[in-house]
Design a protein around this ligand. Sequence first.
Ligand code: HEM
Length: 375
Amino acid sequence: MLRWTAAHVLTFLFFLLFVAFLVYCLYIKYRHIKYDHIPGPPRDSFLLGHSPSFLKVMRNGGIVQDKLLEWSETYGPVYRINIFHFVLIGVTCPDTTKVNIYLFYHMLHKHQCKGHQKNPIPFINEVREACRLLRATGAQWIHDRKTAIQNGDDVPKDILTQIIKTAGQDEELMVDNFVTFFIAGQETTANQLAFCVMELGRHPEIMEKVKKEVDDVIGMKMDIRYEDLGQLTYLSQVLKETLRLYSTVPGTSRDILEDMVIDGIRIPGGFTCMLSSYVAGRMEKFFKDPLIFDPDRFHPDAPKPYYCYYPFALGPRSCLGQNFAQMEAKVVMAKLLQRFDFTLVPGQSFDILDTATLRPKGGVLCSIRHRKHSQ
Ligand code: HEM
């Protein structure tokens, strides 16, 4: 009878691993054959696909979305990206954007935060640690607020109270919703405001025009009323144009299970469709001279952009806080413009930092002084 030594077991395991690797390579090959008729940049490697190109951009402090913009310009409204066996299809074709963005997809963050085992890649451990801290903080805040509610204390009527009231007894759901609102609701608007201040500082004539509108509509009133917001039309245009050029949540994706024909190209189901408001917002075919900051693109009488401008995404998984965010940004900007004169400190960089959401690289530094009331 054959006696298995440690060497035999090791050889057998190695053989199994080798076979598994071969099967995986065959699967990648199959995915390539299935999707390679779609135009796209040459792959950096069989196994890694295009991921080395993205890593290179990130290592050099560039913006991944600019790479996607470059590929959209080069390969047309539908282009293919491979990462291992995953196939991503970038789309800038408005009619397809219209259909795909309305599809539903699942957010994963609960699973991403949960793994307890150490990962060999330090960055992943750091992200997991940050997720755990966020969830633990959320759980603590939820606990404190629930205790206050049970004790009959006066609690604020804010999003946290609403999360607790609507989740029933499901603690996990409460923490999930806490994390979503915490991430989605803060730096997105903060970054939009920072870009807006940056562009106003760069364009004094636009600053003067928007300041005049604020003076005409709210004067020196302390409180801004809901009705006032509707009259701040030029400020709305400025904020919309800010999100065209600096879509703070630049892109989103939808998993497409069924076959589709996009721009005459047949695409078999089972791919991820990438949709980027940043990319579309910077394409000449949608916006003339796209790098010029021009709020008049969003003048009420100007033609409405057709599925090439969607900074809050669209459909059932679009931004839940869209209306709130637009009002919040308007109130903060109106207050700033009403009270202060601000000019950019010399040497301001107009570069973008890509941290999945976009923000001004190095921040936006201004000299500010109180406006004189008679102005
Ligand atoms: C300028 C500000 C903001 C921008 C550009 C923005 C953009 C987006 C985008 C693009 C999505 C993803 C939708 C998708 O993948 O289809 C999203 C999701 C979401 N946003 Fe916002 N957002 C902003 C502010 C806010 C604020 C202030 C809140 C909350 C008060 C908020 C709450 C949410 C929530 C809860 C989701 C997840 C919706 C879901 O999964 O169903 N966002 N946002």
